[in-house]
Ligand binder design. Structure first.
Ligand code: MG
Length: 412
């Protein structure tokens, strides 16, 4: 079953309640991999810089290759091969139809992350979908089979529009509880922006920390003692202030503190971890190698890969296994729409140490509806998986047509 084409299509629509509240515009990019058997697979990538160029490169690089060799294809793209290389790949240095020069010895960016890994993630998701369709089996079976029938979801809430209104925090928490979800997350860096005096120096003032504590106390009161609450620092803070805010929040029994310091230095994160009681969660932009580095340096308690950034479903499952070997849980960061969320759920049910997966877009219905299944996207705070082949989804073509970005073509 040879790959004949890799295409992408960008959708656009409103983002209601984005990071820090407020409304904005959001794009979602769907990937389609076609084969000479007439079977195709659907994937998703994030609309980040360089990703669609990466997809175009992979279309030219992988055309004619066996779609059943998904892990080898993605590994070749991210880590390369040695000479004489795979005879089916374009010869090293070949100018491909899109004008890019073929590189076999390592990824075209010479680093195994960034746009190459992000684009490869979407291709791998689509390959899992099409292999499952070809074999008439769900993607979770390809990943080893189910430990559970459904994947728990946690909602990213970021913050209310008016962060100074304690009632808004309580209302947001109460509504999340009422919607059937059992875990939610807020963004430290957006929780008390009125207290920020310097946007550069990675500090948290005592005034800002006090407002953060008051607002999360309101959340805890509204959500009750058993509801799981997480906070995200977005890799923003210096070591002493990350420690100070974590300790100030200690009485709230948070499930995790996420990315407290810049992720380029595992030792900073390890220092925070050593001096706080809350578990440290890291890795939303990591590939497997970076998780290895952070675990080896004692820098994390919970691994947090994203199916859109780590290299796709096979890599997500591999990272979960690596965490399991260290007796650590894995939660899946989720910046994707319906397709990426369902894809991640397939890895979640197939991973023993799975804690939950994230969703950002409950207020933006179209993001959860551009692919459809026989069952709703969420039920009782979980993604339920069916026994449909592949990812078990199909495009909602009418919705996609309505949200097609200017200049884009709907898949035929
Ligand atoms: Mg995060």
């Amino acid at each position: 079953m040879k790959i004949t084409d890799i295409r992408s299509m960008r959708l656009v629509g409103p983002r209601n309640h984005g990071v820090g509240g407020g409304t904005s515009t959001l794009s979602k990019v769907i990937v389609r991999v076609d084969t000479d058997a007439g079977v195709y697979g659907l994937g998703e990538v994030d609309n980040f810089m360089g990703v669609r160029e990466g997809l175009a490169y992979m279309r030219d690089f992988f055309r004619g290759r066996d779609a059943f060799t998904a892990r080898a294809l993605i590994s070749e793209m991210i880590y390369g091969t040695v000479a004489p290389h795979n005879p089916l790949t374009p010869r090293q240095g070949t100018v491909m139809p899109g004008g890019a020069i073929a590189v076999s010895m390592c990824s075209p960016t010479a680093t195994p992350w960034g746009p190459v890994a992000w684009a490869a993630s979407g291709v791998d998701i689509a390959l899992c979908d099409l292999i499952g369709k070809a074999l008439k089996t769900p993607a979770y079976v390809l990943l080893g089979g189910k430990y559970r029938d459904r994947a728990k979801v946690y909602l990213d809430r970021s913050s209310p529009d008016d962060v100074t209104d304690l009632g808004a925090w309580e209302k947001m928490a109460a509504e999340t509880v009422a919607s059937g979800f059992t875990q939610m997350k807020f963004d430290i860096d957006y929780m008390a922006t009125e207290c920020v005096g310097d946007i550069w120096n990675r500090t948290l003032s005592l005034r800002q920390i006090n407002r953060i504590v008051e607002r999360l106390q309101a959340v805890r009161r509204a959500a009750g003692p058993d509801f799981e609450i997480c906070v995200d620092c977005h890799m923003q803070y210096n070591v002493p202030d990350a420690i100070r805010v974590a300790n100030a929040l200690e009485s709230l029994n948070l499930l995790w503190l996420e990315d407290p310091t810049p992720i380029t230095n595992p030792d900073s994160c390890a220092e925070v971890r050593a001096k706080v009681s809350v578990p440290i969660c890291v890795g939303e932009m990591f590939i497997a190698e970076q998780f290895r580095l952070f675990i080896d340096r004692g820098a994390c308690d919970i691994l947090h890969p994203d199916v859109l950034f780590c290299g796709g479903l096979h890599e997500l499952r591999r990272i979960a296994d690596y965490a399991e070997l260290h007796h650590l849980p894995v939660a899946f960061h989720g910046n994707g729409g319906a397709l990426a969320t369902i894809a991640a759920a397939h890895a979640g049910v197939a991973s023993r140490n799975f804690l939950g997966l994230e969703y950002h877009f409950v207020e933006s219905a179209w993001v959860g509806e551009f692919v459809r299944r026989d069952v709703p996207l969420f039920r009782d705070g979980h993604v339920e998986l069916t026994d449909a082949p592949g990812l078990g989804v199909e495009l909602d073509r009418e919705l996609c047509r309505r949200h097609l970005a200017p200049g884009e073509s709907l898949f035929d």
